[in-house]
Design a protein around this ligand. Structure first.
Ligand SMILES: Cc1ncc(COP(=O)(O)O)c(C=O)c1O
Length: 440
């Protein structure tokens, strides 16, 4: 006889919390105090930000690094530095955080959405090819969840059409593709150090590149348009102050010392969980691209096919949380459905001919499908523990699957079953890696 699911009154699979995030200790304390006492709190005075830029860039295969206030302005500055102009088009995925597209608007250009691949959740090269117009100037692939996008195909397209490629590597600290680290795969890359990220100082960002001219242009824009060798009150381009402070630099230097070991742990645990979950019907962990030599597992993502697993996603997530496994459905809808795009509420950033783009007509069915019905997210800090901690996640999934009939009965009785998605209480075996025809 099974112990009932925690949602039905049983003992949870796990009662111990997962490692909290961020992780810090005496190293951070000492470095912050040293910075405080030095009185050198700005990057133009102190050593911390400069040291961090150098080390982070080197670890990510680049000669140049430029720390910034966050991973949104970094994208915008990369676009401005590359000469993107009003009305230019920049291709972005619809399955991403707002900034990937809003940074394009704030650079006075227009984001054009191209769908993702249903198995990897990354920008589909075929969809990008179909979205290219004579106005396309750049594309921003996101290494979603920490798996590098299909950069070989995307760079080939970029070369053919003379496009700039900005990697949005906000999730991909320490990830790699073939022999090369994320951050060195496009022309320039942007990382974020916002609170949830695999490397964090609460806020912050960095651009990495091997292109000296781009690096210098970005540096000037981030520092009020100043240029090397110029004097303090000498400003050459429209720009602002997007500098990172020394306290954040101090924390980032300590966190960077922890990154390699944490990335190895996440990768080990993430791979283990992916292999275990793939054994169960209806669970399709993010497909690993052959070229992905290291996944940074900012998120562990999977497609959850209710029809095969036998439980609606909403009920499943409730049950998984009750088992002591924090989880979510991720984005509720694709980015282009935001009111911002539907209403073209672009404020001063509306090119005269923006009428040619109607975001209510954009079609990205793969992104829509995983948002509305299929995606499940587990956050990176769950993967910083031991094998046993990941084993608990696998056991919770397995337990829910074994007791799916009781769970559905409970949901029906308690009026919790979502009417529109009520599945047959199926025990069908999975058919192939992409789900049955019609299930999507
Ligand atoms: C994919 C992606 N791009 C860009 C950003 C923006 O970074 P930030 O929050 O540092 O501005 C984020 C995260 O927050 C993100 O997840």
């Amino acid at each position: 006889m099974h112990q009932p699911l925690a949602l039905l009154g049983g003992k949870p699979t796990r009662s111990k919390p997962y490692p909290a995030w961020p992780i810090f200790g005496r190293a951070e304390e000492q470095r912050l105090i040293r910075t405080l006492r030095s009185g050198r709190w700005g990057r133009l005075q102190g050593p911390e930000v400069a040291r961090f830029e150098e080390q982070f860039a080197a670890q990510h295969g680049c000669r140049f690094g430029l720390a910034l206030a966050n991973g949104t302005v970094s994208l915008r500055i990369a676009l401005l530095a590359a000469g993107i102009r009003a009305g230019d088009e920049v291709i972005v995925p619809p399955y991403t955080f707002l900034s990937t597209a809003s940074a394009v608007l704030e650079a006075n250009a227009l984001p054009v959405f191209a769908d993702i691949d249903l198995d990897t959740f990354n920008l589909s090269p075929a969809a990008v090819a179909a979205a290219i117009t004579p106005r396309t100037r750049a594309l921003i692939p996101v290494h979603f969840a920490g798996q590098p996008a299909d950069m070989d195909a995307l760079m080939a397209l970029a070369k053919k059409h003379k496009l700039l490629v900005i990697e949005d590597a906000a999730h991909a600290h320490g990830a790699s593709y073939g022999q090369r680290p994320a951050g060195s795969l496009g022309h320039i890359a942007s990382f974020s150090f916002q609170s949830s990220k695999n490397l964090t100082a609460g806020e912050g960002g960095i651009l990495t590149t091997n292109d000296q001219a781009l690096a210098e242009a970005c540096r000037s824009i981030h520092n009020c348009g100043r240029v090397p060798g110029g004097v303090w009150y000498e400003h050459h381009v429209v720009s602002g102050n997007y500098r990172l402070g020394e306290f954040q630099g101090a924390i980032l230097n300590c966190q960077l010392d922890r990154l390699e070991q944490q990335t190895q742990t996440r990768e080990r645990n993430g791979r283990f969980l992916a292999a275990r979950l793939a054994q169960l019907p209806g669970l399709y962990p993010q497909k690993r691209d052959d070229a992905c030599t290291r996944h940074s597992y900012h998120l562990f993502m999977l497609r959850f096919l209710a029809e095969e697993f036998g439980v609606p996603r909403q009920i499943f997530l409730q049950a998984l949380k009750a088992e002591g496994i924090p989880c979510s459905a991720g984005y509720g809808f694709s980015l282009h459905h935001q009111p911002l795009f539907r209403n073209k509420a672009f404020g001063p950033f509306l090119p005269d001919d923006a009428a040619r783009l109607d975001y209510t007509k954009v079609e990205c069915p793969n992104s829509d499908l995983i948002c509305s019905r299929q995606c499940v997210w587990l956050e990176q800090h769950l993967f910083l523990g031991r094998r046993q901690d990941t084993e608990d996640i696998a056991r919770a999934f397995e337990r829910i699957y074994e007791q799916r009939a009781a769970l559905c009965e409970w949901a029906n009785k308690n009026g919790a079953m979502p009417a529109a998605t009520r599945p047959a209480n199926s025990s069908r075996r999975r058919t192939n890696g992409r789900g049955r025809k019609g299930v999507r």
